[in-house]
Design a protein around this ligand. Structure first.
Ligand code: GDP
Ligand code: MG
Length: 440
């Protein structure tokens, strides 16, 4: 996702007090690529990046957020903004029935969504809808709607496939009036591609039915194509809303962004499955997160961070198990940890550390860490790998080289010994004697 793309850049500006223009530029390059990859219209991307850049540059960094997180927060807010607010309201005609016309390409999910919407109207709004089978072209289309009607226990109006959709619509609305249905949902035909004959017919149906809503059903999986389709339908029919289906698939949802931006028609609902209750109001914020590639923008960055740590922790665990953990590893560990933030988190990162009683209360401060680093750096490679060889004269040399006292060298050697002992303990414990004990 977008968040992954930003990780590298985020690493670089971690800990900075201010987001600079160069930082933002670099991040925006990633944002641009990611959005294009997510099938967002290039013009939309361009405007978007400009807006986010302006907002991000020179910002003071909030205490609770790293600069990277902050830029991502801006990105998410702007994405949400771009997709508009939540607009899942369905029109109500002054004089019933309210007529909803469903349009879209073949296979987009019109028939399914017609059933879902009717179900929603009855369940959530206590309405009494009627379905209309006006797709006379697709084999079994009428049957499909009738089956849904049976399943939902809802009336389906049909005149077979010999009567024109215009005539069907006309008679259906009369029937709905007679039977006191407050909503009429017209399921129309689609084609594989937009063609003139289809559009002409839909225009005629529109004229006769005078719909309060024209919902375009688009398949989220079709990406940029969905945007072109939306544009054409909007030009020819004038849409009042879009339903984005098949979001339960692994699409990024970039189409959602462009559909709204290009047609200025709100996305009202999303389809999340084939079942009749798999429909939800469109939540721009959730979609923004999805486009960013994560459930929750900020926590995911932390998670990504944690997964990096996890790899390192695993490697360390391996070494501990094999008893080959050396001062070199220790030093490397320290260096990594220093780049990562608060020092008391070091201990929590050490595998099993939170289960070791003695370590809980150890206070670590910055200075001490650099002293430890200096001492280890003054050791020879041999000494780092095999501390047992460090005798009195070597200790003196190390102390001198690091600018620390011999006592401090002794203390570190002792700590390292203790640590290895504890590791041994943990290793034997995890060899099955104590069931359930595991390195975290
Ligand atoms: P139409 O040609 O536009 O009427 O499309 P249909 O309603 O017949 O749907 C085409 C296929 O897409 C069917 O197999 C539906 O079950 C499926 N479908 C529709 N909406 C969704 C959705 O939100 N998620 C998933 N996974 N499948 C959907
Ligand atoms: Mg259909």
């Amino acid at each position: 996702g977008l968040a992954d793309r930003l990780q590298n850049t985020i690493q670089k500006i971690r800990g900075k007090g201010k987001v600079t223009e160069a930082d933002v530029k670099e991040m925006m390059r990633e944002v641009r690529l990611a959005l294009l990859e997510a099938d967002v219209n290039f013009k939309v991307v361009k405007d978007f990046v400009k807006k986010v850049s302006e907002r991000s540059i020179g910002q003071e960094v909030m205490k609770s957020l790293t600069p990277g997180q902050q830029v991502i927060k801006v990105v998410q807010e702007e994405l949400t903004e771009l997709m508009g607010g939540e607009q899942s309201k369905i029109a109500v005609a002054k004089r019933p029935p309210t007529v909803i016309m469903m349009v879209g390409l073949q296979g987009a999910g019109k028939t399914t969504t017609t059933g879902k919407l009717a179900n929603l109207l009855r369940k959530k709004h206590n309405r009494n809808p009627m379905l209309v089978a006006a797709d006379i072209y697709r084999p079994a289309a009428i049957k499909q709607l009738e089956t849904l009607g049976k399943q939902l226990n809802m009336p389906v109006f049909s005149l077979g496939d010999k009567i024109s959709p215009v005539e069907i619509a006309k008679q259906a609305i009369q029937k709905a009036k007679d039977d006191h249905h407050d909503y009429v949902l017209i399921d129309t035909a689609g084609r594989l591609h937009i063609d003139e004959a289809l559009m002409d017919e839909l225009k005629q149906v529109k004229e006769i039915a005078n719909p309060d809503e024209i919902f375009l059903v688009v398949d989220a999986m079709t990406g940029q194509d969905a945007v072109n389709v939306a544009e054409s339908f909007n030009d020819l029919l004038g849409l009042t809303g879009v339903v984005l289906t098949k979001l339960d698939g692994d699409t990024r949802g970039g189409a959602a962004l462009s559909v709204k931006a290009v047609t200025n028609t709100p996305i009202k609902f999303v389809g999340l499955g084939e079942k009749m209750d798999a429909i939800e109001p469109f939540h721009p914020e959730r979609m923004a997160s999805r486009i960013l590639g994560m459930g929750d923008v900020l926590t995911l960055i932390e998670k990504a961070q944690a997964s990096v740590d996890e790899d390192k922790a695993k490697e360390l665990e391996q070494k501990m198990r094999s008893m080959s953990f050396t001062f070199e590893d220790f030093l490397e560990q320290l260096t990594q940890v220093r780049n990562m933030g608060p020092l008391d988190e070091i201990l929590n990162m050490l595998p099993g550390a939170n289960k070791m009683k003695g370590l809980k209360n150890v206070q670590v401060d910055e200075k001490q860490i650099s002293h430890v680093e200096a001492i280890i750096q003054s050791m020879t490679k041999q000494e780092k790998i095999n501390p047992d060889i460090i005798n009195a004269s070597r200790k003196k040399r190390i102390a001198k080289g690091s600018g620390r006292s011999v006592q401090e060298v002794n203390r570190l050697l002792k700590q390292f010994e203790d640590m290895k002992k504890m590791m041994k303990q943990m290793t034997s414990m995890s060899k099955g004697k104590k069931k359930g004990f595991k390195f975290p």
